[in-house]
Each structure stands twice: as structure tokens, then as C-alpha cells.
Design a protein around this ligand. Structure first.
Ligand code: 5GP
Length: 132
């Protein structure tokens, strides 16, 4: 069965899209730890990041770098933290999270409650930076 992220990539399930290319797709996490919390996924559905082919794994990080630079140009933060958990959704994804302190990337913390309008506006601002 297709993962929820495959359904997001195909457009079957809506998302706050940030960017995509032939192999990768980036969109806002629906339960963010911080404003701008983004997920970057390979379009090819592989559960565990270390089972990805080398070139897809390398490309995932290069694509994430571009997205991270766009996020940090829009969201005020010290840097973009990156994390890979993958215990909830069995489709490889990198979390890109604007952080100022180590506690900002603590996944046991309560998530932000953002409105649809806020999420839409954040995604629009970040994705605009990637169009340039
Ligand atoms: P993990 O698998 O890394 O433990 O967590 C999966 C992440 O995906 C969580 O941060 C969760 O909020 C996010 N997530 C789960 N389902 C959806 C969804 O349908 N849409 C979006 N945008 N994010 C999701």
C-alpha cells in the first residue's frame, strides 16, 4: 500500500508544498515543532534511510540543503536542525527544523498549533525563495 507521503507526492492528499524535482519532494510538517518545520522525502518509497541507494541518499541531502537555505532566509533562527526519526511514517524523510536551542528539536515537546492560513503563508514564502 502506498505510504501517506507517496499520496502527498501524487497530490492524492493535500500538503503545504515547498518544492519538488524529479526525485525529491518537500512540504511542511502538519504538526510542526517550529514555524517552517519541513519534511524532505525521496519520491521513491523506501522506509529506512540507510536502505536508500547511495546516489538517492546523497541527492536527498543536497536537495535538503537548498530547502534549508530557503527556510532560514524566511524564518528567524540560529540554524536549521536536521533529524531523521521515521518511526511514524515508513517512507524516508528528513526533518528540517528552524532552531535556536537544542530543546527546539525535542520531538517529545508539544507541537505548534498553526492555522491553515499560517501554514499556507509560510509555505508560500519559503517556496518563493526556491524559485529565484
Ligand atoms: P517520524 O516518522 O519521523 O517519526 O514522524 C513523521 C512526521 O510526519 C511527523 O512529524 C508528523 O507530524 C508528520 N506527518 C504525519 N502525517 C502527515 C501528513 O499527512 N501530512 C504532513 N504534512 N505531515 C505528516
Amino acid at each position: 500500500m502506498a505510504s501517506i507521503f507517496t499520496k502527498i507526492i501524487s497530490g492524492e492528499i493535500p500538503s503545504y508544498k515547498i518544492a519538488e524535482d524529479e526525485n525529491y519532494f518537500a512540504f511542511l510538517d502538519i504538526n510542526p515543532l517550529a514555524k517552517g518545520h519541513t519534511l524532505v522525502v525521496p519520491k521513491k518509497e523506501v522506509d529506512y534511510i540507510f536502505d536508500l541507494e547511495d546516489d538517492i541518499l546523497a541527492g536527498l541531502h543536497i536537495f535538503s540543503k537548498k530547502v534549508a537555505k530557503a527556510i532560514e532566509s524566511v524564518i528567524s533562527c540560529k540554524r536549521i536542525g536536521i533529524a531523521v526519526i521515521g518511526l511514524e511514517v515508513p517512507h524516508t524523510h528528513i526533518h528540517l527544523i528552524p532552531i535556536n536551542n537544542v530543546s527546539d528539536i525535542d520531538f517529545s515537546r508539544e507541537k505548534l498549533k498553526l492555522t491553515e492560513t499560517e501554514l499556507f503563508e509560510i509555505a508560500k514564502k519559503i517556496s518563493k525563495k526556491l524559485e529565484l
